[in-house]
Unconditional design. Structure first.
Ligand code: ADP
Length: 185
């Protein structure tokens, strides 16, 4: 978890690779559907372009499907999910149905100004339509209102690991792996 621009996607790929499990990124799945102009993509695009969350029913159904695929049987790393309290409830239910449990929740921590700056640069490189400055600032507000409260939920469950997300990619990955070890022990 972490605010937009904190590097979730980048770290998710590196860590999933190191752990030998698939990274399941709701943002990537939505973007792939937008690109292919599927019904899901057409619906999601309206919300994404405005910097709002895709409705829970839509997101939850998509994640439920994805986690039923064979490659998720031995574990997975979620990137960008859950993002709302109802999504936490759905994830709990999906995990219970599959006889899985959550090992840890990693939160990448970074200052808002650093993040907005990073995202403006990324917008130029990737051409993401949800990356205008106004939308970027709105997404930070949505994160603070909808998703930040989830950190307390997972902290209370003793599953939260907070990691400084500012630094080189490899540096941050090492911090995450080190932090996960302390949680195991
Ligand atoms: P970032 O990491 O920059 O926050 P993502 O790639 O994770 O962006 O997500 C891009 C967009 O996809 C979000 O702004 C939102 O509109 C949508 N999205 C992704 N995950 C979720 C989710 N769990 N619930 C609702 N909307 C989501």
């Amino acid at each position: 978890m972490g605010p937009p621009g904190a590097g979730k996607g980048t770290q998710a790929k590196v860590l999933a690779d190191r752990l030998g499990i698939p990274a399941v990124s709701t943002g990537d799945i939505f973007r792939a559907n937008v690109k292919d102009e599927t019904p899901l993509g057409l619906e999601a695009k309206r919300y994404m372009d405005a910097g709002n969350y895709v409705p829970d029913e839509v997101t939850n159904a998509m994640v439920r499907d994805r986690l039923s695929e064979a490659d998720a049987g031995e574990g997975f790393l979620l990137d960008g999910y859950p993002r709302t309290l109802p999504q936490v409830g759905t994830l709990d239910a999906i995990l219970a149905e599959h006889g899985h449990s959550l090992d840890a929740v990693v939160a990448l921590v970074a200052d808002t100004d650093v993040l907005v700056d990073r995202m403006l640069r990324r917008a130029k490189v990737d051409g993401r339509t949800d990356d205008s400055e106004e939308v970027i600032r709105h997404r930070q507000v949505v994160y603070a209102a909808e998703t930040k409260p989830l950190l307390r939920v997972y902290a209370q469950r003793n599953q939260l690991v907070e990691v400084d997300g500012v630094g080189e990619v490899e540096e941050v990955s090492e911090r995450v792996l080190t932090a996960l070890k302390t949680l195991e022990g």
